[in-house]
Ligand binder design. Structure first.
Ligand code: NDP
Length: 478
C-alpha cells in the first residue's frame, strides 16, 4: 500500500516524491510506503487550512456537528478494515484494536460533535455597574501530532475537539503507524468535510513534524509523545508564543495495599501492566505491594504473566502482540539488561521470542523484575514496553515517597478497600489521573493529562474544546 497525504480535500503524493518504508511489526516485513513529506508539503497543507478557516469557523455549530457525526459514522462503518489496518501497522492484537482503538476513535468524533451543541460561555454580573460575558473563538490552524501506541485513538482525540471548536487542522500521525490516519482521509472526504478543514501529512518527526511546529501560520499545537520530544517542541514554539498542549511520558505507580480485593486487583494488574504490550502511557510500570501480601502477590502475578500468550496479532488467543518496531524492541531489551546490571532479578520474561512462522517479528515476553531500589534508572525512566518492577513497602509514607520520586506524574492506581486511605493517598500522589480499584476506566468528559514532566495542559471534555479557543472577555457598562 502506497500512502498519500490528504491536503485541501485531495489525496496526493508528497511534493518531493520521496517515500519511507512501512514495516509490519508482526513479521518484520516492509509492506507499504509512506510519504516522506517536507516543509513544501506542510506549506501546502497550512495554506489550505488557513484558507478554509473563515468559513469553517463561522459555520453554525449544528452544521459542523452534523459533518463530524458523519465522520464518526464513517469510522464505525469501516471498523473492521480500520481494526485490521491498526493491528497490522502497530503489532497490537486484532481483538484489542476491534474492542478499544477503533470504537474509541469513533466515540471521539461523536463526543465532540455533540459537545459543541451543549457548550456554554460564562457571564460575570457586576450588579448595577454592568456585566461581562466571555466569547470563545477558534484560534486558526491547529497542529495535531500523535504517537504510535494508540494511533487512530489518539489522533482523533486531538483532531475532533480542534475541528469541533471551529479550527482547521494540519495533523501528522507517527510515521511508525500511519495506516489508519491515511484511511481516515477517505472517510473525511466521503463525509463531506470541506477541503482544507483537515489536512493529514505523513513523514518523520524531525522533518515533517518540525516543519509543522515551526510554521508561522500555526498558532496552536496539540502534541502527544515522549517527554524529550515535548521539550524540543516547547523550545521551538516558545519564542513564537504558540499555545501548547503537551501529553508526555509516564512512569506510573500501581500501589497495592494488603486490604485490597486480591482477585480483582490481580486480574486488573495483569492488564494494567501488559495491555497493548505495555505500550500505553497509562500502564502501571512500578508496582508497589504492601509487605504482608508481597510474596502471595509475587507468586500469583508471575504465574498469571507466564500464561499470557505472546504471538501473532491476528491469533484470537494472543494476549501480547508484537512491539511496534525493531528499534523500540531493542530499547525495551536494553532496559531488561540494565535492570539486571542494577541488581534486579528477572522473575519471568524479558526475552525476545520467535513465534513459528513469524521469526522476524518484534516479540518480547512480558517481564516482571524485583529487587531494585526505587531510585535506580530502571525505576525512574520510561521503558514503554512489557516490563514491570515489583517492590515491597511497609508504610503509606514510604510508598508515597517512592511513588512520587520520578520526574513524571501522569497516572496512578491504588488498590485498597479502605475508603479513607484510598482518598488520602489519591490526594497525595502527584499524578493527573488516579484510578482507585480499577484501571483505564475512561469517561471522556473528565480532564486528562499529567503533572510534572508528563505534560502541560489537559485534554478531554470541555478542557480540550476550550484549549482550542481564545477566551475573550467583553465588559458592558450599564
Ligand atoms: P515521540 O515523541 O517520538 O513521537 C510522537 C510524535 O511526535 C510522532 O508523530 C513523531 O513523529 C513526532 N515527532 C518526533 N520528533 C518531532 C519533532 N522534533 N517535531 C515535531 N514532531 C516530532 O513519541 P513516540 O511516538 O515514541 O510515543 C511514545 C511516547 O508517547 C511515550 O513517551 C509515551 O508515554 C507518550 N505518550 C503519552 C500519552 C499521554 O497521553 N500523556 C499517550 C500516549 C503516549 P515520528 O514518529 O514520525 O518520528
Amino acid at each position: 500500500m502506497i500512502l498519500a497525504n490528504y491536503i485541501n480535500g485531495v489525496l496526493q503524493p508528497p511534493v518531493a516524491k520521496v517515500y519511507l518504508d512501512n514495516f509490519c511489526p508482526a513479521t518484520g516485513e516492509v509492506y507499504g510506503k509512506i510519504p516522506a513529506s517536507t516543509a513544501a508539503d506542510i506549506d501546502l497543507a497550512v495554506a489550505a487550512a488557513k484558507e478554509a478557516f473563515p468559513k469553517w469557523s463561522t459555520m453554525p455549530a449544528a452544521k459542523r456537528s452534523a459533518i463530524l457525526m458523519k465522520i464518526s459514522e464513517g469510522i464505525n462503518a469501516q471498523r473492521d478494515v480500520l481494526a485490521e489496518a491498526e493491528s497490522k501497522d502497530n503489532g497490537k492484537p486484532l481483538w484489542l484494536a476491534q474492542k478499544v482503538d477503533i470504537p474509541r476513535a469513533r466515540d471521539n468524533f461523536a463526543f465532540y460533535a455533540t459537545a459543541i451543541l451543549h457548550d456554554t460561555s460564562e457571564t460575570h454580573d457586576m450588579g448595577s455597574a454592568g456585566f461581562n460575558y466571555t466569547l470563545r473563538k477558534p484560534i486558526g490552524v491547529a497542529a495535531c501530532i500523535s504517537p504510535w501506541n494508540l494511533p487512530l485513538y489518539l489522533f482523533t482525540w486531538k483532531i475532533a475537539p480542534a475541528l469541533a471548536s471551529g479550527n482547521t487542522v494540519v495533523a501528522k500521525p507517527s510515521e511508525v503507524t500511519p495506516a489508519t490516519a491515511y484511511l481516515l482521509s477517505q472517510i473525511c472526504i466521503d463525509a463531506g468535510l470541506p477541503p482544507g478543514v483537515l489536512n493529514i501529512v505523513h513523514g518523520t518527526g524531525p522533518d515533517t513534524g518540525a516543519a509543522l511546529i515551526g510554521h508561522p501560520d500555526v498558532p496552536v499545537i496539540s502534541f502527544t509523545g515522549g517527554t524529550a520530544t515535548g521539550a524540543a517542541i516547547a523550545r521551538e514554539a516558545a519564542p513564537m508564543f504558540k499555545k501548547l498542549s503537551l501529553e508526555l511520558g509516564g512512569k506510573n505507580p500501581n500501589i497495592i495495599f494488603a486490604d485490597c480485593d486480591f482477585d480483582d486487583m490481580l486480574q486488573t494488574t495483569v492488564q494494567s501492566s501488559f495491555a497493548n504490550q505495555g505500550q500505553i502511557c497509562l500502564c502501571g510500570s512500578r508496582i508497589f505491594v504492601e509487605r504482608p501480601i508481597y510474596e502471595k502477590f509475587k507468586t500469583a502475578f508471575v504465574e498469571r504473566v507466564k500464561q499470557l500468550k505472546v504471538g501473532h496479532p491476528t491469533a484470537p488467543d494472543t494476549k501480547v502482540g508484537a512491539l511496534v518496531s525493531q528499534p523500540h524492541m531493542e530499547k525495551v531489551l536494553s532496559y531488561v539488561a540494565l535492570a539486571k546490571a542494577e541488581g534486579g532479578t528477572v522473575l519471568c520474561g524479558g526475552e525476545q521470542i520467535y513465534p513459528e512462522g513469524f521469526e522476524n517479528g518484534y516479540y518480547v515476553s512480558p517481564a516482571v523484575i524485583e529487587g531494585l531500589s526505587f531510585d535506580c534508572r530502571t525505576n525512574q525512566e520510561e521503558i514503554f514496553g512489557p516490563v514491570v518492577t515489583i517492590t515491597p513497602f511497609d508504610t503509606e509514607e514510604e510508598v508515597l515517597a517512592m511513588a512520587n520520586s520520578t520526574k513524571y506524574g501522569l497516572a496512578a492506581t491504588i488498590w485498597t478497600e479502605n475508603l479513607k486511605k484510598a482518598h488520602r493517598v489519591a490526594a497525595a500522589i502527584d499524578s493527573g489521573i488516579i484510578w482507585i480499584n480499577c484501571w483505564l476506566v475512561r469517561d471522556l468528559r473528565t480532564p486528562f493529562g499529567g503533572m510534572k514532566q508528563s505534560g502541560v495542559g489537559r485534554e478531554g471534555g470541555f478542557e480540550a474544546l476550550h484549549f482550542f479557543t481564545e477566551a475573550k472577555n467583553i465588559c458592558v457598562k450599564l
